[in-house]
Design a protein around this ligand. Structure first.
Ligand SMILES: Nc1ncnc2c1ncn2[C@@H]1O[C@H](COP(=O)(O)OP(=O)(O)OP(=O)(O)O)[C@@H](O)[C@H]1O
Length: 257
């Protein structure tokens, strides 16, 4: 008689550590346990944080605390030694900057990367991969109008003031219709009037569904506009929460104020 053998049941697979990263309705960006060294210097140590979809989220921290390193890892221009990054539910830890860009990430830089020998309009059109010239021009003009800088369209990159460059950088990053924007010190070194204009533009972009994740030292603005703030010190997240929580956190007071 044939006796049917009872096959051992496969051991249930525990949910992966990063199961939460698939929670893409809520969290557009998840950084899990990221570490990065430069030689003997630990720039980031076991950093975990997430960015809510449609939020304005900030990263603050003293000079050298690892903020730019974190952004470079998210944008794919640096590889972490350990840990993982998820964007829109995809593991992008090893993806190239171009793939990450295609996955919906736009970026502005602390030091402007506009082409000086092109006009503002040409700077925007130059990055519109995949669009026809006519579409790219139409989109660029719409963004210049949205940011109220149509008057700059024919100026050379080299003619722009520092503040104007910040606005044009934002317009250029928007050309590829990102779902999340990484902004590296968008408010640094510009006057309060322009800072307030940029605040208004970022709020308007958020209302259109964009997620904004930025680094800045301008505490007034960070506390005013961020839903969530992550505080880095010596490569670690030492606090996170809304403005009230950050203001009253003694660790933040010690490290930052
Ligand atoms: N390519 C690199 N090679 C060596 N060390 C680096 C490199 N990039 C960053 N570091 C070091 O890593 C640490 C973190 O630097 P990072 O630029 O991420 O800090 P930050 O918080 O962005 O600082 P800041 O506010 O001054 O821009 C610093 O000690 C810095 O000197």
């Amino acid at each position: 008689m044939h006796v049917q053998r009872i096959q051992p049941q496969p051991t249930p697979v525990p949910p992966p550590d990063f199961a939460s990263a698939t929670d893409t309705a809520e969290r557009i960006l998840v950084v899990e346990g990221v570490g990065k060294r430069f030689g003997g210097l630990v720039a980031l140590s076991d950093v975990s944080l997430s960015v809510g979809r449609g939020s304005i989220t900030g990263v603050i921290g003293p000079n050298g605390s690892g903020k730019s390193t974190l952004f470079n890892i998210i944008a794919g221009t640096l590889r972490p030694d350990r840990g993982r990054v998820f964007l829109n539910g995809h593991d992008t830890t090893r993806a190239s900057p171009a793939q990450i860009c295609r996955n919906g990430v736009g970026r502005t830089f602390q030091i402007s990367r506009l082409f000086g020998e092109m006009t503002v309009l040409e700077n925007l059109v130059a990055v519109a991969h995949g669009a026809s010239d006519a579409e790219a021009v139409e989109r660029a003009l719409g963004l210049l109008d949205f940011l109220e800088i149509t008057g700059l369209r024919d100026k050379w990159g080299t003619e722009l003031s520092y503040g104007q460059r910040k606005l044009v950088e934002i317009a250029r990053a928007l050309m590829l219709r990102p779902t999340v924007m990484l902004l590296d010190e968008p408010f640094a070194g510009i006057n309060p009037r322009l800072q307030n204009r940029i605040v208004d533009h970022l709020e308007a972009l958020r209302q259109r569904g964009l997620t904004l994740f930025f680094i800045d030292h301008e505490m007034r603005i960070v506390l005013e506009i961020c839903d969530t703030i992550h505080v880095l010190a010596q490569g670690r997240v030492i606090a996170e929460g809304d403005a009230a929580a950050i203001r009253s956190d003694p660790k933040v007071q010690d490290a930052y104020f």
